[in-house]
Ligand binder design. Sequence first.
Ligand code: SF4
Ligand code: F3S
Length: 104
Amino acid sequence: TYVVTEACIKCKYTDCVEVCPVDCFYEGDNMLVINPNECIDCGVCEPECPAEAILPDTEDGLEKWLELNADYSEKWPNITTKKEPPADADDHKDEDGKFDKFFS
Ligand code: SF4
Ligand code: F3S
């Protein structure tokens, strides 16, 4: 599966949802997640994200993000069409240590 990682937080460009053939993105206040049970591993979303937030879970150190994607994709609503990113999305692009902004 592919997972959405920290770089999405406060950016939410939503380009990713437009290309997913199985509509498996889910939307929280500050980031999107992928449902790992629905993702068919096609990989087309990965290059679409301007924040480079989408990665295959085969990369090292993504266990925490896989768990978070699995968990919140069961709680958040499905999103299938692109919407305007937050006005300050570009300010948060390439920012490190955004995990503390997950709930704010
Ligand atoms: Fe959707 Fe494919 Fe991305 Fe999985 S890898 S979330 S199926 S676009
Ligand atoms: Fe997030 Fe990138 Fe999609 S910033 S909403 S994963 S396009």
